[in-house]
Design a protein around this ligand. Structure first.
Ligand SMILES: [Zn+2]
Length: 250
């Protein structure tokens, strides 16, 4: 049953991932996401449908534009694959349910926000604010509890204080992302925060080792790490919280 669901969800997941690429490239520039057709960022030639097939076209073109041969960023196929795998993962983990739909939507938004933060170094309000509101309403309707609203506000407040203390590392975009994370994850948002910060330590320590004191001024985009932590919390948050209480709660 779940294997069949996974197989069925993968192709639409790739298609959604392809759309996420369009959104990530155009939305921060305030360009339409439906028009015109996708074109090479370098030479401007429009992509034929067969050069716009998720994953496959990138592999067949060996990562280069057919017209001008410029390198196509590996981020495109990575976004497509990550989106598809996460959507599949949500339906395998939560079955054919409203919960799976909300989780899949959350994951797609996380991939879009990560891609945009990596490319443009912003987390756009026009994605994160409506997504947070939508997820909060859906979660509260599906599993009525104040947990979702409280986790949302708590997580945002936590990052707001962090942003005040360390303005170079975190921005208000991350605070709004925390609103979305809390609404989607409930109490597991604490796991997401912890995992995200631990993951962000790796490149921070690398920069510090490589550039010394100058690394303090090199801000790394924090959004993708919060997104990574969110995925960990979404799929394993319950068991990680439980393990934590078993180890330290008594
Ligand atoms: Zn080109």
């Amino acid at each position: 049953m779940n294997a069949a669901l996974a197989a069925v969800a993968f192709a639409p997941g790739l298609a959604v991932g392809s759309f996420v690429n369009v959104v990530a490239a155009r939305l921060p520039l305030r360009r339409s996401v439906v028009h015109p057709r996708s074109a090479c960022m370098s030479c401007g030639s429009e992509l034929a449908w067969y050069d716009n097939v998720p994953l496959l076209s990138y592999a067949l073109l060996r990562g280069r534009c057919r017209s001008c041969g410029v390198r196509i960023s590996l981020l495109y196929p990575a976004v497509e694959l990550a989106t598809a795998l996460l959507v599949v993962g949500c339906f395998v983990r939560f079955g054919l349910s409203g919960r799976a739909v909300v989780a899949a939507f959350f994951c797609v938004v996380l991939v879009a926000i990560s891609a945009i933060d990596l490319i443009h170094r912003i987390i756009p309000n026009r994605i994160v604010v409506p997504a947070a509101a939508l997820v909060l309403v859906a979660q509260t309707a599906l599993r009525p509890s104040p947990e979702w609203a409280l986790a949302s506000l708590g997580a945002a407040l936590f990052l707001f204080v962090a942003a005040l203390a360390y303005p170079a590392g975190m921005g208000m975009g991350d605070v709004k992302l925390a609103l979305l994370m809390g609404a989607a994850l409930g109490r597991s948002v604490s796991v997401a925060m912890m995992a995200g910060m631990l993951a962000a330590l790796v490149p921070s320590l690398y920069l510090l080792a490589r550039h010394g004191g100058a690394a303090r001024k090199m801000a790394i985009p924090f959004g993708p790490f919060l997104a990574l932590g969110s995925v960990v919390a979404l799929f394993a948050g319950g068991s990680l919280l439980h393990a934590y209480w078993v180890l330290f709660g008594h």
